[in-house]
Design a protein around this ligand. Structure first.
Ligand SMILES: Cc1cc2nc3c(=O)[nH]c(=O)nc-3n(C[C@H](O)[C@H](O)[C@H](O)COP(=O)(O)OP(=O)(O)OC[C@H]3O[C@@H](n4cnc5c(N)ncnc54)[C@H](O)[C@@H]3O)c2cc1C
Length: 399
């Protein structure tokens, strides 16, 4: 017999967006205590932005993780289960363990799915023989091992042509590796290759100009519009497809850091909430679903035309909360999201370019300094301050 739950608000996904929204909502509207459910099977919550530094040996994985139960805000109930189906026509969410959750309002915050299987040979070779990735709690530490074990030769860093969590992360780890190879004395007998499915180093010219200079200074070889499609871990050969000509080419490597293809979670893509690409189809200003008036979404699982980051969620969460409360109270929605996102582009140990911009790719910088420059102060902000602000501010619904 299936379990049936009736609730006012259901939040699907307790990551950066889900917890921020739940906490802020319950702070703003204490009358909703006991009427909010958060569904997520994950017992651990990760501050994923720290993984760049973990992979580069500059932070510990333990500092990026908290037990999920310590983050669920008071007044919300955690259903530790996986959502298997969304049935918005019936205001219904179905879970893998057979629970039916009926809601009045739904907030979808289920993040991006990592599609390891889309690169042949990748899943089985991860974490061994120089194949590593910062995009997994299980394997991020293997990046630091691979960097330390690299004794010269070719080091490849990939970026897929799909959407990714934090558009800058695939190259940030490369800059740290380059720095480390200089310290360990192997840089002179090494070639570093950035193999990207995208057409340029970064989408915003102001920051791309700086990164081009970093690439030149560090003598990194760049290849654009190519996607990694296969890894032969035995022979240490990576196979790429040229996205313009469909030509297949191979490269020998001694170490390879893979940023895998990512996409919308299938349970969203298969629902009527999805757009043609599988992401939750929301109004880009109000964050309400374009067809269902009682549904909102935020974070990586949406089709918002901005870079997918935790920093973007910090600005999206208040908009979802204000507009959701307006709908609940039969008022007009006044809050608007302008596409703000931020990418702290680590360019070496102690160097960082803090990119901040909106939907129009106009800079929206926080500090009264030229943020397009590499700065130690911004590196220290990322390493020491941002994790504190995340766990003590954003996830508590106060910033
Ligand atoms: C290596 C790396 C570096 C990054 N660097 C930065 C950075 O420097 N700055 C920055 O701002 N951002 C960065 N990010 C991106 C940032 O971490 C994400 O954008 C952010 O975590 C997205 O939040 P979210 O809530 O949308 O998804 P997530 O935080 O990923 O949470 C999604 C949640 O949904 C749950 N879920 C999934 N499917 C289901 C289901 N079927 N049922 C129930 N629950 C489900 C998951 O268990 C998870 O808890 C980085 C990410 C990575 C991996």
């Amino acid at each position: 017999m299936s379990n049936i739950i009736d609730t006012t608000i259901t939040i699907v996904g307790a990551g950066s967006a889900g917890i921020s929204i739940a906490s802020r909502l319950l702070r703003r509207a204490p009358y909703l205590r006991g009427k909010v459910i958060i569904v997520d099977p994950a017992e651990k919550h990760y501050y994923q932005p720290l993984w760049t530094l973990v992979g580069g040996g500059a932070a510990n994985i333990e500092d990026s993780v908290r037990d999920q139960e310590t983050l669920i805000p008071e007044g919300a109930k955690w259903v530790k289960d996986t959502v298997s189906e969304l049935v918005p026509e019936d205001n219904l969410v179905l879970t893998r363990n057979g629970t039916q959750i009926h809601y009045k309002y739904l907030v979808v915050t289920a993040g991006l799915q990592i599609n390891w299987g889309q690169v042949k040979g990748l899943e089985e070779s991860l974490g061994k023989n120089g194949v590593c990735s910062n995009y997994s709690a299980d394997y991020v530490q293997s990046t630091w091992e691979a960097i330390q074990n690299f004794k010269g030769g070719t080091a490849i860093f990939t970026q897929p042509s799909t959407q990714v969590k934090c558009g800058g992360a695939p190259q940030k780890i490369m800059y740290l590796a380059d720095d480390y190879f200089r310290i360990s004395g192997v840089r002179q007998k090494s070639t570093i290759v950035f193999a990207s499915g995208l057409p340029t180093i970064f989408a915003v010219k102001r920051y791309a100009d700086t990164l081009e200079k970093v690439i030149e200074r560090k003598n990194i070889e760049t290849n654009y519009r190519i996607d990694l499609i296969e890894i032969d871990a035995e022979k240490k050969i990576a196979t790429f497809k040229n996205l313009d000509t469909n030509e297949i080419m191979t490269k020998d490597y001694d170490m390879i850091h893979v940023s895998p293809p990512m996409g919308a979670p299938p349970f969203i893509a298969q629902s009527s909430l999805a757009d043609a690409d599988g992401y939750v189809d929301v109004d880009k200003f109000t964050l309400r679903h374009t067809r269902y008036r009682n549904i909102f979404a935020a974070g990586d699982c949406t089709n918002l035309p901005t870079s997918k980051t935790g920093a973007a969620i910090r600005k999206q969460a208040p908009v979802v909360v204000e507009n959701l409360l307006a709908i609940i109270n039969n008022k007009e929605m006044n809050a608007k999201y302008d596409g703000y996102t931020s990418c702290p582009l680590v360019t070496g140990y102690n160097k960082l370019v803090l990119a901040e911009f909106d939907y129009n790719k106009n800079p929206q910088e926080t500090f009264p300094i030229d943020q397009s420059k590499e700065r130690m102060s911004m590196y220290l902000l990322k390493k020491n301050l941002l994790p504190l602000m995340y766990f003590n501010g954003m996830l508590k619904g106060v910033m």
